[in-house]
Design a protein around this ligand. Sequence first.
Ligand SMILES: [Zn+2]
Length: 137
Amino acid sequence: MIIKISKEDYNKIIKQAKEEFPLECCGLLAGIKTEDEIFIKKTYPLTNIDQSSEHFSMDPKEQFAAVKQMRADGYVLVGNYHSHPYTPSRPSEEDKRLAYDGNMLYGILSLKDQQPILNFFRIIDNQLIEKLEWLFA
Ligand SMILES: [Zn+2]
């Protein structure tokens, strides 16, 4: 399984994360899924209603509106993303505990170091983590 994302969407996530720093930012990822790839076609930035540097909750109304919009755009929900302002780009214990869907991508952007790092994971049964390869497309 390979993940593809445009440079534009990648930059959009980084921009949001920097603007909302030191809070975690979050959003949804929509795109097209095939047997062996997930092509992220659009990102939908959402409000972190926790207003925290250590965890996030997406605004349910915005989430609903985003899912409606992505259907109108012809995409499916493929995952979500959030930032880690001070910690590495891997799921925290809380991220694993709250992961509810093994089919979803969990994108985590770390701003811990000067160079932002984005990784995509799968979290199954709140524990098994697979880090997925991704590239610009
Ligand atoms: Zn996290």
